[in-house]
Write a protein that binds this ligand. Structure first.
Ligand SMILES: Nc1ncnc2c1ncn2[C@@H]1O[C@H](COP(=O)(O)OP(=O)(O)OP(=O)(O)O)[C@@H](O)[C@H]1O
Length: 303
């Protein structure tokens, strides 16, 4: 199984007079973990809800594994959306939830679920509505991973989980995906934490797509330059600097855009060049300053 591919063209979704998605187009590659990044209210949950056929779109085309997901039992049966609330039966014990999933989901793996319950120290006799917020999120994670759906959509599932639990989640997700590759969409604000998991990235803002590309291509949209403070400042002079750090006499600056002679200049000045971090790029792309439109970068052309 390599997972479902997704094709989205001109997708529009509205809530009354609010346009949550405004002509969105991009693809999700099958078998790949894609990060869905966007600021609050940018349309991430709406997009994932349309993909999972939890809500109807107002316009455009969505194809999941080649078919419209709306009222499509085959596609819906292969799609698992876990939201912050966990998307589980709240007033039935965890064991009952597992039994239900085992019946309903042909790809659900009970042994994996039980191993993950142990890892997150969740008592199978407890009902999800009697768990703490972080524990309930962890149970959502258990369900999301163990269901092994060909299209797994994880919408801010880590909310309320403490750092050790989140890192256990990232490790478990990656390990399970390596063993059983499938299409996973991970929406998160903790970009620095999830960056290493992401092969592709989609950035949405105010219901439109700002970037959709593989993470390597996106990181090459800029540079981090590290070295002696004066040399770094000379290198970045006149360029768009989106982050700066100084430690004693050493500085690191992140610039957007690359120049053909960057390598040669860096070498001559004794500077180290690296790719830009997704977090810095995201802040740059979605920074509206005092109400200005989002910064223009067009990495989606690389698709
Ligand atoms: N049920 C609703 N009724 C009316 N407007 C809604 C509803 N749900 C979402 N919206 C609006 O649609 C837009 C997109 O919301 P959405 O929940 O998709 O964003 P998000 O990117 O998931 O945000 P967050 O990161 O804060 O969870 C926002 O402007 C939001 O106010």
């Amino acid at each position: 199984m390599t997972g479902f591919g997704v094709e989205v063209r001109d997708l529009t979704a509205r809530y009354g007079s609010t346009t949550a998605l405004d002509g969105v187009s991009f693809d999700l590659r099958p078998g790949v973990i894609t990060g869905l990044l966007g600021r609050n209210g940018s349309g991430k949950t709406t997009f994932l809800s349309v993909l999972a056929a939890f809500r109807r779109r107002n316009g455009g085309t969505v194809l999941v594994d080649g078919e419209d997901p709306w009222e499509n039992p085959r596609v819906m049966g292969g799609t698992c959306l876990i939201r912050e609330s966990g998307d589980v039966i709240l007033d039935e014990a965890i064991t009952e939830n597992l039994a239900f999933l085992e019946q309903r989901r042909p790809t659900f793996d009970r042994a994996t679920a039980e191993a993950l319950l142990d890892r997150f120290e969740l008592d199978p006799a407890k009902r999800p509505d009697r768990l703490s917020r972080g524990q309930r999120s962890a149970f959502g994670v258990v369900v999301g991973i163990a269901t092994r759906a060909p299209l797994t959509l994880l919408d801010e599932v880590h909310l309320g989980m403490d750092a050790p639990a989140r890192y256990a989640f990232y490790d478990a997700l990656l390990a399970d995906w390596i063993e059983h590759p499938r299409t996973i969409v991970l929406s998160s604000h903790l970009i620095g934490e999830v960056e290493r998991l992401l092969e592709d990235v989609v950035v949405i803002d105010r219901g439109t797509v700002l970037a959709a590309a593989d993470a390597t291509t996106l990181r090459e949209q800029g540079r981090t330059v590290t070295g002696p403070v004066d040399a770094v400042e000379a290198f970045v002079a006149g360029r768009r600097v989106v982050a700066r750090q100084t430690l004693g006499r050493t500085a690191q600056a992140t610039v957007i855009g690359t120049e053909p002679d960057d390598e040669a200049r860096a070498r001559a000045a004794g500077l180290e060049l690296g790719a830009v971090g997704l977090q810095d790029l995201f802040v740059h792309l979605t920074d509206r300053g005092a109400g200005e439109p989002a910064a223009a970068l067009t990495p989606q052309e690389s698709r």
